[in-house]
Design a protein around this ligand. Structure first.
Ligand SMILES: Cc1cc2nc3c(=O)[nH]c(=O)nc-3n(C[C@H](O)[C@H](O)[C@H](O)COP(=O)(O)OP(=O)(O)OC[C@H]3O[C@@H](n4cnc5c(N)ncnc54)[C@H](O)[C@@H]3O)c2cc1C
Length: 232
């Protein structure tokens, strides 16, 4: 096994969205409904949510993945945005908890495997104390592409991912006390784009998201910073 020596890591102490929660503490938020349509009536934006609610706004900033952006805002996008070649790749992830397994002194393991490519050791993040061994498994992109549309219909995909982890690590199946699988259809854009963000001053429409720059959370941060600079 090759050990990666770079040791600097940033970990949201109370979860991956801790930074966003911290910075939006004083802002009124609503999370429970998705945006169905947006309409610019020349004076302001009208935003229709899937619960039927309508919101009026002077400006709008969209951060959703590229395919969802085109769906919601398609008619307001300039060609330089709508013609971007953005390939959002899927990802299937399984969270696992084992009882009575020995702890390992690594934060994650990369596997050279067609199905399972990465496993994060959640205990190493020191977010909370747990006597169980907690792992998050991430599938390869190629395997996720084949399974993303039907992984919810049965446990087959989950079982394959878990068996891979057990075979590669020697962890015992009968020690599993919890497992849960999630899928993201548009999780990563590995290649970025020629832009960092987008601001249409006339429409007061802003776009920022990780996919402008790359696949990581810092790319989302950099894109948002770039948009903030443009708006100012
Ligand atoms: C399984 C997994 C593990 C990851 N692990 C890491 C990691 O360890 N380190 C790292 O740096 N990065 C990691 N990433 C990447 C990181 O999560 C992203 O880079 C980051 O979340 C991107 O932020 P964003 O704000 O651009 O987009 P997102 O976080 O994707 O936010 C976009 C939001 O838009 C919402 N949305 C979409 N359509 C609508 C609609 N119609 N109405 C309302 N809302 C809508 C979505 O629900 C979503 O909440 C991981 C990603 C995945 C999928």
């Amino acid at each position: 096994m090759k050990k990666k020596e770079i040791s600097e890591k940033f970990i949201g102490m109370k979860g991956n969205n801790f930074i966003s929660k911290f910075y939006t503490k004083k802002i009124k938020k609503s999370f429970q409904s998705s945006v169905k349509t947006i309409f610019n009536n020349k004076y302001f934006w009208e935003i229709r949510l899937d619960n039927g609610e309508n919101i009026q706004a002077k400006s709008i900033i969209l951060t959703c993945p590229f395919p969802q952006l085109k769906k919601i805002a398609g008619k307001y996008l300039e060609k330089k945005i709508s013609n971007l070649k953005i390939n959002m790749e899927p990802n299937i992830t399984t969270m696992l908890a084992f009882k009575n397994q020995r702890t390992v002194p690594v934060s994650s393991i990369k596997f050279n495997d067609d199905i399972l490519t990465w496993a994060a050791n959640e205990n190493s993040k020191n977010r909370f104390n747990s006597s169980n061994s907690l792992w998050t498994l991430q599938s390869s992109i190629g395997w996720a592409r084949k399974n993303i549309n039907h992984y919810k219909k049965s446990n087959k995909a989950e079982n394959i991912l878990v068996s891979k982890f057990l075979n590669l690590t020697g962890y015992k199946k009968n020690k599993i006390i919890f497992k849960k699988t999630h899928g993201w259809k548009y999780s990563y854009n590995l290649n970025g784009s020629p832009l960092k963000s987008y601001w249409n001053k006339k429409l007061r429409l802003g776009l920022c998201a990780d996919w402008f720059i790359g696949p990581k959370v810092e790319n989302a941060w950099l894109s948002a910073k770039d948009l903030a600079k443009k708006i100012k």
